[in-house]
Design a binder for this molecule. Structure first.
Ligand code: CMP
Length: 153
């Protein structure tokens, strides 16, 4: 096991408190705690860039992040949401196509627990409230993919 015992139980305790993970068993939470990587960011750091490819899922364990989205190439990004401790993001790129549908930046110091695609798929992706979060990004994702397809012709 990569994670030390004390840290592992701290992660477990935190993961248990995440509302969306209420239906996960102790066994699954324990596996998530085994594989996650804690990653730190400073104010203004890009955690995710819209349009990039990505294969990681993030759970905020400290701090706040800002989600912004650019709907067309020559427009300013639009502020969508502030997410904070216990919120998660990055699931869209793991739902098939791997394109990030929005940018996510740190607001102050942030710690995220990061889960890779394979573990996400096995442990978390099946959760109804994670896999079916509907947001405008599905539409934007379509546009990004259409644009990418157009430019690769
Ligand atoms: P992903 O596309 O992988 O990377 C950017 C993330 O921002 C995305 O996954 C979602 O988790 C999050 N996101 C995108 N659009 C919205 C939205 N409208 N509301 C909340 N979160 C969003």
């Amino acid at each position: 096991m990569r994670t030390g015992l004390i840290r592992h139980s701290q992660y477990m305790e935190f993961l248990r408190s995440v509302p969306s993970f209420q239906s996960l068993t102790e066994d699954v939470l324990s596996k998530v705690a085994d594989v996650l990587e804690a990653t730190h960011y400073r104010d203004g750091d890009y955690i995710i860039r819209q349009g990039a490819t990505g294969d990681t899922f993030f759970i905020i364990s400290e701090g706040q992040v800002k989600v912004t989205q650019q709907t067309s190439a020559n427009e300013e990004p639009v502020f969508l949401y502030t997410l904070s401790k216990g919120d998660w993001f990055g699931e869209q790129a793991l739902k098939g196509e791997d394109v990030r549908t929005a940018s996510v930046t740190a607001v102050g110091d942030v710690t995220c627990l990061v889960v890779d695609r394979e573990s996400f798929k096995q442990l978390i992706g099946g959760l109804e409230n994670v896999s079916s979060r509907v947001n405008d990004s599905d539409e934007v994702k379509g546009k990004i993919e259409a644009e990418a397809a157009f430019f690769s012709m």
